[in-house]
Design a protein around this ligand. Structure first.
Ligand code: PMP
Length: 397
């Protein structure tokens, strides 16, 4: 049994320790439970106790909404991992990525009443669905969701009237959710928001520190603290002072700076990660080990299949580990190869595997996303169902 498990159709009873045979494997959510064993080993060092009198104020003792101490530790972590250039950037905290998605789109759009056309917000297929959902929720005078980059690429190279004087805000995810590809902005004239949620050595090699003008990071996929929603657990690194100020103002007016408690908890978590870098308890070595072994196991089984295939990821040199590392993506981007499996999500559901259809990512229904981030128990059930699916091919004509 696991301390923080969510019981589902596969696991019931005390601590979800009872396993039901032949249950449906749920590989839909990107819930980062693979990191739970790390934190159970560091339970005492990462624990935070908050007394009732503590942190009543809207602001920290410096009169700010953001903890300077947490900010400094996050800067140190980026420096030590070598995954982002922080010295010339401002840091803006948010409650979760969805809040910062809105804050950054707001900050990059022109101010109200300046007479300019609404900014077009775009992304490249397959893209993380909240970019469209969140932007669409606030479609209005200053910005709107305006489709995918393939339709804009031609227009911007010809510099025709549709793109002249138009602000284009491009979401880029690197490495990408769902397929783990490292991406750069594709539209030359866009203001890019580069989401580096997975740009940590658990999930990808680190070729060089990222240095885009606007970058997004989150604790969710770094430490695994997805549940700490009401606090500063997501941050943007922003080069331009004015853009940073507008993003900061958005968060301030949206949630009045949110939870000081969570900042304290995240500070404890970052301190533990920093103290263990390159030692026996390095969280990235742990994370990479788990994710690499999952990818190996899944690839080995799927390589025997003619029905389903996975994206290909080569081993690459990593500047953090200082060696060539094997792939360890957060998700498998599965393609159904057979003519009749046009809806890959449905095909896998029939094999008792719940996935997330490629359609939400702007991609074809031939693709579906399989999360590899959940607990060991969940992954074991997934492997059983995938193995059954692949073995069944042998008995077919
Ligand atoms: N960005 C991307 C591309 C993601 O896939 C995820 C997690 N699914 C997040 C951000 C995490 O968001 P949050 O910080 O709101 O948990």
């Amino acid at each position: 049994g696991r301390p923080g498990c969510e019981c589902n159709t596969c696991f019931s009873g005390a601590n979800c320790s009872l396993r039901s045979p032949n249950c449906t494997a749920d590989a839909n959510s990107g819930n980062p439970m693979f990191l739970e064993p790390y934190w159970t080993r560091h339970a005492a060092a990462s624990a935070v106790v908050v007394s009732g009198w503590h942190r009543l104020s809207y602001r920290t003792t410096d009169g700010l909404f953001q903890s300077v101490e947490l900010e400094n530790h996050i800067r140190r972590l980026h420096g030590a991992v070598g995954n982002a250039v922080v010295d010339d950037k401002r840091l803006v905290f948010g409650a979760g990525s969805t809040q910062l998605i809105n804050a950054l789109v707001h900050a990059l759009s022109s101010p109200p009443d300046d007479g300019s056309a609404p900014a077009s917000v775009v992304a490249t297929v397959p893209y993380y669905p909240p970019y469209k959902e969140q932007t669409g929720m606030f479609d209005g005078r200053k910005y709107r969701w305006d489709g995918t980059t393939d339709t804009w690429a031609n227009a911007t190279t010809h510099h025709n009237s549709t793109t002249k004087n138009k602000t284009i805000i491009e979401f880029v995810t690197s490495p990408n959710n769902p397929d783990a590809v490292l991406h750069r902005p594709v539209l030359a004239s866009s203001a890019a928001i580069v989401d580096h949620a997975y740009y940590w050595p658990h999930f990808t090699h680190i070729p060089a520190p990222a240095d885009e003008d606007v970058m997004l990071f989150t604790m969710t996929k770094l430490s695994g603290h997805a549940g700490s929603r009401l606090g500063y657990k997501t941050w943007a690194l922003i080069r331009d002072e004015k853009v940073a100020k507008r993003a900061y103002e958005y968060v301030q007016s949206n949630t009045m700076g949110a939870s000081r408690d969570t900042q304290l908890r995240m500070l404890g978590v970052v301190k533990v990660m920093l103290a263990n870098l390159h030692g026996d308890e390095d969280i990235f070595a742990f994370g990479h080990d788990v994710m690499r072994s999952r990818w190996r196991r899944l690839s080995a089984v799927v390589s025997r299949s003619r029905r389903v295939s996975l994206q290909e990821i080569p081993p690459q040199f990593c500047n953090y580990f200082k060696r060539i590392r094997e792939p360890s993506p957060a998700y498998a981007w599965v393609k159904c190869e057979r003519e009749e499996d046009e809806d890959c999500y449905e095909a896998l559901l029939k094999a008792n595997i719940i996935t997330r259809s490629g359609v939400g990512y702007g991609a074809s229904s031939r693709y579906t996303r399989v999360s590899l981030l959940k607990s060991d128990d969940d992954f074991d059930v997934l492997m059983e169902r995938v193995t059954d699916l692949v073995n069944a091919e042998q008995y077919e004509a």
